[in-house]
Design a binder for this molecule. Structure first.
Ligand code: COA
Length: 252
């Protein structure tokens, strides 16, 4: 589509208040290679300039992403690791101004799972599986799992998953808080993710941005960050309008 350059490994659809980004490298099970990382950086640059919601998916054909491209991984050395190729793009996605939802159908493994943790919320089908097999490949899950997975499921569960590489199915993922919703029929996956984004889209954009910043801030930033954010919102024109609309509806 126009304006998106050579993003062959991503499909990008613009839909008013949101972008729908679909990983599109099915022949390699959406393995995340340098070209896909570069295309994701282009998406982030655009969303940083023009904040919108993001739905990130592998589609509903039974794969989210098989992780970092193992062929590229084999050739990478210590300087490549320090270049933070995947961890930097996942951190950039995490820091996007407005909420992001990952929609997962099928395996999300290694860096593919970490890409879903980089999003704010996750919706999956019953055939989704999450796993961190890195230690079996002699490496560390270095693109966010060591800190984002414990934050999602607790330290002990995260360590078990990181130490064993055990795969988590959709039912367990829902039970342990790794995903927000599951859907039985893959055909309903994107509709459910859009429904969640529709609910989010009813909120004030500035309130969403500041809420996301506050939730993702380090513990030491509270309560000061919350106070300053609320001070900004209390004087925001949209707050006045929304609160007035509410009171008018109640006839007060
Ligand atoms: N990197 C690069 N290529 C990958 C890949 C990865 N992470 N995962 C899959 N592929 C490639 C395969 O090499 C194969 O390529 P080929 O057709 O040129 O031989 C193609 O994608 C299809 O893979 P295949 O294993 O046949 O598909 P499947 O549907 O039977 O299984 C998976 C899908 C995701 C379960 C399986 O591919 C898998 O376990 N991949 C590795 C996951 C992993 O360990 N990731 C961690 C990386 S840190």
């Amino acid at each position: 589509m126009g304006g998106w350059g050579q993003a062959v490994s991503l499909d990008i659809e613009e839909r008013g208040d949101r972008l729908v980004v679909t990983l599109n490298r099915p022949e390699k099970r959406n393995a995340i290679d340098a070209e896909m990382v570069s295309a994701l950086h282009d998406v982030c640059a655009r969303l940083e300039r023009e904040p919108r919601l993001l739905l990130l998916t592998g589609g509903s054909e039974g794969i989210f992403a098989a992780g970092a491209d193992i062929a590229q991984l084999r050739e990478r050395g210590r300087l490549d690791a320090l270049a933070a190729i995947n961890s930097a793009i996942f951190a950039r996605i995490r820091a996007l101004p407005l909420p992001t939802v990952a929609a997962i159908d099928g395996p999300a493994l290694g860096g593919g799972a970490e890409l879903t943790y980089a999003c704010d919320l996750r919706v999956c089908t019953e055939r989704a599986v999450f796993g961190q097999p890195e230690v079996r490949l002699g490496i560390l899950a270095g693109a966010g799992a060591t800190h984002r997975l414990p934050a999602l499921v607790g330290e002990a569960r995260a360590k078990e998953l990181l130490f064993t590489g055990r795969r988590v199915n959709a039912e367990e993922a829902l039970r342990i808080g790794l995903v927000n919703r599951t859907v039985a029929d893959p055909a309903d996956l994107l509709g459910t993710a859009h429904g969640l984004l529709d609910e989010i889209a009813k909120a004030s954009g500035l309130a969403l941005r500041l809420t996301k910043l506050a939730v993702d801030a380090p513990p030491g930033a509270h309560p000061q960050l919350d106070l300053v954010s609320q001070a900004v919102l209390f004087e925001d024109e949209e707050k006045r309008r929304r609160v007035t609309d509410f009171l008018d509806r109640k006839g007060r």
